[in-house]
Design a protein around this ligand. Structure first.
Ligand code: ADP
Length: 288
């Protein structure tokens, strides 16, 4: 609070220290404000589906002898519970990413493995929405699953990065999740891994609804949604991209987005390529 530095007598300390003290206090205050905002947002976000569930459950009790109504209201309960679950799951991810428990454990990993893990986590959703997921390395198509119909001689070399595996998997998982979520049925989501001049790029391209230009630099903020009503309906938490950005940045990478409304969006994660591994084949993949 204010009193902290008002009590410090300026004559007692040198200018540098004074500046640091003030800075510290305002930084801490800013952090406090962000934290308070966050808690308010979270409470609100949790209360909405929780309230809806209990209301819907009451309604079901009243309509118990109407099978159609029961079906309808249980469907809505299922949807609201899914939202609640997703919200909690994202909060845990965010918590992990932002505290010392989320200590990054950098290791040499294959960017292709990361892409595959991110896709695998979304296969059920993709199938349910008839979204076709494609995967490529340096422009060459590869199977979604490791080893599936893969010719070891023909298989393109996957670039390696040094990063926390879990954080990177989470980042790509969230991007693929959004790509599916914000696309109409029977479209394609293309995930590409490529290596260009010492950088590894993981790209997620969708043919979905796109993002309005004025929202592009806000979508990475916690709880920001282009269209809260639509997002609520489809079960978003507004946290996915904030988590993704954090995971990528903590591992020395960058995240970027291009989008055109009605045409689709492209998200890229750019990471430094792992230095050449001595004695290995440079892919960072273990040979079994
Ligand atoms: P949410 O849980 O709402 O999807 P995110 O943080 O993942 O939260 O995304 C924030 C907002 O950015 C979304 O609500 C949506 O409006 C927009 N968005 C994210 N990814 C896409 C995409 N691939 N296509 C269109 N809009 C997107």
């Amino acid at each position: 609070s204010n009193t902290l530095y008002l009590r410090v007598r300026i004559g007692d300390i040198d200018d540098d220290l004074y500046a640091i003290l003030i800075n510290d206090v305002s930084e801490q205050r800013r952090f406090e404000a962000v934290r308070r905002d966050f808690v308010t947002n979270v409470s609100h976000e949790l209360k909405t589906p929780a309230g809806a569930i209990s209301l819907l459950a009451e309604t079901i009790t009243d309509a118990a002898d109407d099978p159609d109504a029961v079906r309808y209201f249980s469907g809505r309960i299922t949807k609201e519970s899914a939202r609640l679950t997703e919200l909690v799951r994202h909060l845990i991810d965010l918590q992990k990413a932002q505290t010392s428990q989320g200590v990054m454990n950098p290791e040499r990993i294959s960017a292709l493995d990361v892409a595959r893990a991110g896709i695998a986590a979304n296969r059920v959703q993709a199938d349910a929405r008839h979204v076709d997921i494609r995967l490529s390395v340096n422009g060459k198509p590869v199977p979604l699953d490791e080893g599936e119909g893969e010719d070891p001689v023909e298989a393109p070399k996957a670039p390696a990065i040094v990063a926390d595996k879990e954080a990177m998997n989470t980042a790509v998982k969230n991007l693929v999740e959004n790509a599916i979520h914000y696309s109409p049925e029977h479209t394609t989501v293309a995930v590409g891994v490529s290596e260009q001049g010492g950088r590894v790029v993981i790209r997620v391209v969708d043919q979905g609804i796109g993002i309005p230009e004025q929202s592009l630099d806000r979508i990475f903020e916690r709880f920001y949604r282009v269209d809260p009503a639509r997002s609520r309906q489809t079960g978003g938490s507004g946290l996915g991209l904030a988590i993704t950005k954090h995971c990528v940045q903590e591992n020395g990478g960058k995240i970027a987005v291009w989008s055109r409304e009605g045409e689709g969006s492209t998200f890229t994660i750019t990471m430094p390529e792992a230095p050449e591994e001595h004695g290995g084949d440079g892919t960072g993949e273990r040979t079994r």
